[in-house]
Design a protein around this ligand. Structure first.
Ligand SMILES: Nc1ncnc2c1ncn2[C@@H]1O[C@H](COP(=O)(O)OP(=O)(O)OP(=O)(O)O)[C@@H](O)[C@H]1O
Ligand SMILES: [Mg+2]
Length: 373
């Protein structure tokens, strides 16, 4: 049962759609906690139950807890977020259980779309903050397990051609007691089609790939891999790696680690770009040495992984399958691998290699490298 809190919002709905079966039924919703507030929506923790039948019999139980994301419904076109959440089915992507539309109580004319998802207790932003406050980082085995699951979610999404377009720690849900990770917030996600332009003003500033910063409109799903690299770097550093004070100075922050962007980069990304190119080298050593300076406390295999991900040219940036087979994750492949969830004295084993046939086909020849021994 949900905890007893003062502001409970209970209401009945004539039509709630169950995601998998598409069956529509009347249900009662009880919202009891606000757990998220974003640029677009509000997220509540809630329980749902099927309404009493025509004879007034009630034998249904409260289901949940769930997370309900409420955003103003789009009038002109179908909600991409709903469409994509209905399409996907992966252990590392938040699952949609029900959805419904509802007019707002205060503004009767505004209709809100409500997405009822499985609920996870935390996200990576909160986890990173929690450890930073006690002057630690997330334990390395947990970081490896989280990064592996994030790359697995990307392999799957990119396999459909879908780019998330807003990878950042607060959009990555985790359960610290099971070390399970699931990507959420598909409010910016889109299926990218070859040679069809998309807007470049997406993705939160610190996590934007360099091609987006210079206004590229024919970008690829590799923008998400850049975000993954920024998230991994943040787990090691305890703070965002590239904190530009303006959208453009974001490129300067990147050049402080990677050196000046190659000239071909601007031409390939956006020949019309007229902004600052940050051509001056801001450090004298090699890029490899620069990474070792910045990530001075991080293990060599983690630095090597980041060197393969934080690359200007999206074509040379590691793909999800290349990330998954990187030696950084070798430890996870031992059948003795275990983690101690925070505050627990008993270790747990993780099920990270239960690839579906679709994932195996995406891995191709690399699948033989992803076997537990
Ligand atoms: N399924 C869920 N389980 C638990 N918490 C969730 C869930 N979905 C979202 N949240 C929480 O709510 C927050 C906001 O949700 P979401 O990112 O989907 O909304 P948003 O309005 O698009 O956010 P933003 O614009 O800030 O990225 C998340 O950062 C997360 O902390
Ligand atoms: Mg969000």
């Amino acid at each position: 049962m949900p905890p007893n809190i003062s502001q409970v919002n209970e209401y009945s709905l004539p039509e709630v759609t169950e995601n998998i079966s598409s069956a529509v039924a009347p249900m009662t919703v009880k919202e009891y906690k606000r757990i998220g507030e974003g640029a677009f929506g509000t997220v509540y923790e809630a329980v749902l139950k099927y309404a009493d039948d025509a004879h007034g019999n009630s034998n249904s139980e409260w289901l949940g807890p769930f997370a309900i994301k409420r955003v103003p419904a789009q009038t002109e076109y179908k909600s991409r977020e709903l469409e994509i959440l209905r399409l996907v089915n992966h252990p590392n992507i938040v699952s949609l259980r029900f959805y419904f539309d509802k007019a707002s109580n205060s503004q009767r004319k505004t209709v809100f779309q409500n997405l009822v998802m499985e609920c996870l207790p935390s996200n990576l932003q909160s986890e990173i903050k929690y450890y930073r406050q006690s002057k630690y980082t997330i334990p390395y085995p947990h970081m490896k397990a989280y990064t592996f699951q994030l790359a697995r979610a990307m392999l799957y999404l990119h396999g459909f051609g879908i780019s998330h377009r807003d990878i950042k720690p607060s959009n990555i849900l985790v359960d610290p007691s099971t070390v399970v990770l699931k990507i959420c917030d598909f409010g910016s996600a889109k299926k990218l089609e070859l040679n069809q332009p998309s807007v470049s003003y997406i993705c939160s500033r610190y996590y934007r790939a360099p091609e987006l910063i210079v206004g590229c409109s024919l970008y690829t799903t590799k923008i998400d891999i850049w975000g993954l690299g920024c998230v991994v770097a943040e787990m090691f550093l305890g703070k965002p790696i590239f904190q530009g004070q303006s959208p453009e100075s974001q490129l300067k922050e990147i050049s402080k680690l990677l050196g000046p962007p190659p000239n071909t980069f601007f031409f390939k990304s956006n020949p019309q770009y007229r902004g600052n190119m940050y051509t001056n080298k801001l450090f004298s050593c090699s890029v490899e040495e620069r990474f070792k300076q910045i990530f001075s406390n991080s293990p060599a295999d983690a630095i090597d992984l980041l060197l393969k991900i934080l690359v200007y040219d999206p074509d040379l940036r590691a793909s999800p399958r290349r990330v998954l087979v990187h030696p950084f994750f070798d430890e996870l492949k031992s059948k003795d691998f275990h983690v101690y969830p925070r505050g627990q004295s008993e270790p747990i084993h993780l099920n990270l290699f239960n690839f579906s046939d679709f994932e195996l086909s995406l891995l191709g020849s690399l699948k033989d490298e992803l076997i537990v021994r």
